[in-house]
Design a protein around this ligand. Structure first.
Ligand code: SAM
Length: 422
């Protein structure tokens, strides 16, 4: 929930061209501005800069690279103005991470899945940004939003590696981010500049209150990045949220999903803190990092109800951990029973799981337990669930389909012992 990000399905990635960037090749001197980066031959991973493998797309300006601080990485600012129909994006990251993104086809525009298209065209836009008393601007439902519906799809105006942010002196950091913003198309830049500012100088004030962290990169090389998503940045906080976000590295996209039905006119709210955080530290964190005093029911409502909610959230966490333990130790029947308790507690706390998420888990547990029939039944329901609430990242659906095939094949084998022979 909340900060969950989906892992990338590498089997589906378009690998053409990417690994060339990892060879020990010298960079084109004109592209690399830093005098040190022009030394040749370059060590291991500093290789040539990733380029987008398509004739219609190219970086809008030569990547701007920072002087390397060590021999194992090179960080650059990459700007692509045409990204997602002219929204544009500026990414400051290592050449290794950028190669992974390019290789996965992140920068190639693909049509959204039919479910998302249908929703927009028949039901209309789900939300509008407007003033909300006491909270500046906020996101309000423009129509009824159903439970599980993806109500917002946003892409980053800027994405910066945390390692780069930590390494740079403040004035250099601000200069680099400014450069990243200046490279964006005018409309996106204006939208970003219109966002609410927190404390701090220049662009620091902008990043401080309008960013989310996401993971980018493959396996051990995955790194925390800070993303400025200009639509998402308008969503206010509640400790009892009615929506959450999930990030797709595959599509470089943030999706906001409704936990429950949100009626027209109601504000869309997500939690800026982990849901299991206790009241006192949570309030302090919101005050310190986000500069506001939370007035949600869990912070200001009756103590007793807040304590009960805290207990349930702790229990939800424990149930998930116990379920994973049971699975790891081969107690699949127990794990299935705990999974049901877990789902019930999430619902009780008004933070329901997506049906497809639950079915995915239970299907796998039945499979491990050797009950092919139940595995196939749940796998089928998972597939239906992912189709119905189609994410822009199709990898969950693809995985569910592949799993359904495996479970169905096992079931057929079990039902027809002669199946294999004939
Ligand atoms: C990501 S922005 C949200 C959008 C912002 N309200 C705006 O006008 O653009 C985060 C800032 O919104 C305000 N905010 C968010 N949730 C709030 C809440 N529950 N109560 C009061 N202010 C809130 C705080 O000033 C916070 O630093």
């Amino acid at each position: 929930h909340g900060t969950a990000h989906e892992s990338r399905d590498t089997t589906n990635s378009q690998t053409a061209g990417i690994y060339t960037s990892r060879q020990d090749t010298c960079p084109t001197p004109a592209i690399l501005r830093s005098p040190r980066a022009q030394e040749c031959p370059l060590p291991g991973r500093l290789g040539i800069l990733p380029s987008i493998p398509s004739s219609t797309l190219a970086w809008s300006q030569p990547p701007h690279c920072l002087p390397p601080t060590n021999t194992s990485r090179l960080d650059c600012l990459f700007t692509l103005q045409s990204f997602r129909n002219g929204h544009g994006t500026s990414v400051i990251t290592s050449t290794t991470t950028m190669s992974d993104l390019v290789g996965a086809g992140v920068f190639v525009d693909r049509p959204s899945p039919p479910a998302a298209e249908r929703r927009e065209s028949t039901l209309g836009k789900a939300y509008r940004v407007q003033n909300v008393p006491g909270r500046g601007k906020g996101v309000v439902a423009a129509r009824r939003i159903r439970q599980g519906e993806i109500l917002m799809v946003d892409v980053p105006a800027v994405l910066v590696s945390m390692a780069v942010l930590a390494e740079l002196k403040p004035h250099l950091r601000r200069r680099l981010i400014k450069r990243a913003l200046e490279g964006l198309p005018a409309e996106t830049r204006q939208k970003v500049e219109g966002l609410q500012r927190g404390e701090g100088q220049g662009v620091d004030a902008l990043l401080g209150t309008n960013t989310e962290s996401v993971m980018l990169g493959e396996g051990e090389a995955a790194e925390v990045h800070v993303g400025l998503f200009a639509e998402l940045a308008r969503i206010n906080h509640s400790c009892r949220p009615n929506a959450y976000y999930r990030f797709s590295q595959n599509r470089l996209t943030m999706e906001v999903v409704a936990y429950r039905t949100i009626e027209a006119g109601q504000e869309v709210l997500m939690s800026y803190t982990p849901l299991k955080m206790k009241r006192a530290p949570r309030r302090e964190y919101l005050q310190q990092h986000w500069n506001f005093n939370c007035d949600c029911p869990l912070c200001h409502g009756p103590e007793e109800a807040a304590a009960e909610s805290e207990e349930r959230r702790t229990h939800i966490d424990e149930l998930r951990a116990t379920m994973q333990d049971a699975k790891a130790n081969g107690y699949f029947g127990d794990a299935i029973a705990i999974a049901h308790d877990w789902r019930d507690f999430c619902e009780w706390e008004d933070l329901p799981l997506l049906p497809a998420e639950f079915y995915d888990i239970v299907a796998e547990l039945h499979f491990l337990a050797g009950d092919w029939e139940k595995a196939a039944t749940y796998a089928r329901m998972a597939v239906d669930g992912w189709v119905r609430f189609g994410s822009v990242d199709g990898s969950r659906l693809e995985r569910a389909c592949a799993f359904l095939e495996r479970a169905s094949a096992r079931l057929r084998e079990a039902l027809e012992p002669s199946y294999k022979k004939g």
